[in-house]
Write a protein that binds this ligand. Structure first.
Ligand SMILES: [Zn+2]
Length: 313
């Protein structure tokens, strides 16, 4: 026992063991403490806390494993949980080629024989487009002969390991800038590598802006087709605007003076849209057409209102 100084006339005593700070509290060796000694009560408290946390974690793991094995609801005992697990399992079954869920696979709509294009198409895909399940770049890649269409993903390609391939003389970028030339006006074989920007119109514009080396490449564009885009489940900014696969395929057709590349991608695009529309999607008109229709509807509504007022008068 250690005698403490008297406080308020009383002498306080305390067991020496409670303030023993030698070693771990159970021995004299301080090697295992790393220099941070603790009292016996601290040591016991730490042991108890560790044991409680370990037991709690073990119980949580056992509960989770039991819940995973259970095929019915824990509250009501309904077997619908089993059906839900089966449904999730079915939903996750995806096609190995297109990456779409098996019921919505558009691979059967691809051409039986891939189109043997001569132009190398390199698609610079925005990262956000990569995760979109309704993208069309993969359709062009599968419709063309193996190795003719590549997809590079990212925002900045200046430091890409194969960036120097885009410095070749026959490389051009498909982008409708003010200095772009029509692909139909170029001689056959003048463009051997075609760079295509993939994303929304805003993302494609951002890719073009942030990758300076693209500005030095010849820019080409395609003539607006007479028919609207087959990709009707996404809003296009104008009547002649196309999705990535359509624009790239049309450019390849124009550069190589052929006509079979665009139909090769239209099949899977139409199959994709057909399925989406069957499951509740609505066809999107382009923005300009949508504005025109809204303006016409407003004029008709105003005229009808005026007629009603005249009739009432
Ligand atoms: Zn597929």
């Amino acid at each position: 026992l250690i005698q403490f100084a008297p406080i308020n006339g009383r002498t306080r005593t305390k067991k020496k063991a409670s303030i023993n700070v030698v070693g771990c509290g159970f021995g004299d060796s301080s090697a295992d403490c790393g220099g941070r000694h603790m009292t016996r009560s601290e040591y016991v408290c730490r042991l108890v806390c560790t044991a409680v946390l370990t037991a709690f974690g073990l119980a949580a793991c056992l509960f989770a494993r039991a819940a995973a094995r259970r095929s019915c609801c824990w509250r009501c005992g309904s077997a619908q949980l089993f059906d839900m697990q089966e449904a999730v399992h079915i939903k996750r079954a995806t096609c190995g080629r297109c990456g779409r869920p098996s019921p919505t696979c558009w691979c059967p709509s691809l051409p039986r024989v891939p189109v043997d294009i001569a132009t190398k198409v390199i698609i610079l895909q925005h990262p956000f487009e990569e995760h979109r399940k309704l993208q069309t770049a993969r359709m062009l890649q599968l419709a063309a002969a193996p190795g003719r269409v590549e997809i590079w993903r990212g925002r900045h390609f200046a430091s890409h390991k194969r960036r120097r391939e885009l410095d070749s003389p026959g490389c051009a970028v498909l982008y409708p800038s003010s200095d772009s030339v029509l692909a139909e006006s170029l001689p056959r074989g003048s463009v051997t590598t075609l760079v295509v920007l993939d994303g929304t119109w805003q993302q494609a514009s951002g890719l073009h802006f942030h990758n300076d080396f693209l500005h030095k490449l010849p820019h080409i564009r395609v003539a607006a087709p007479n028919t609207p885009s087959a990709y009707v489940i996404r809003t296009q900014p104008d009547v002649g605007c196309l999705c990535t696969a359509e624009a790239a395929a049309l450019a390849v057709d124009a550069l190589e003076h052929r006509s079979d590349c665009l139909p090769a991608v239209l099949g899977p695009i139409e199959a994709l849209c057909r399925h989406q529309l069957a499951w509740g999607a609505v066809p999107h008109a382009d923005k300009r057409t949508k504005k025109r229709l809204e303006a016409e509807a407003a004029v008709l509504a105003a005229a009808a209102e005026e007629d009603n007022q005249t009739g009432a008068g």
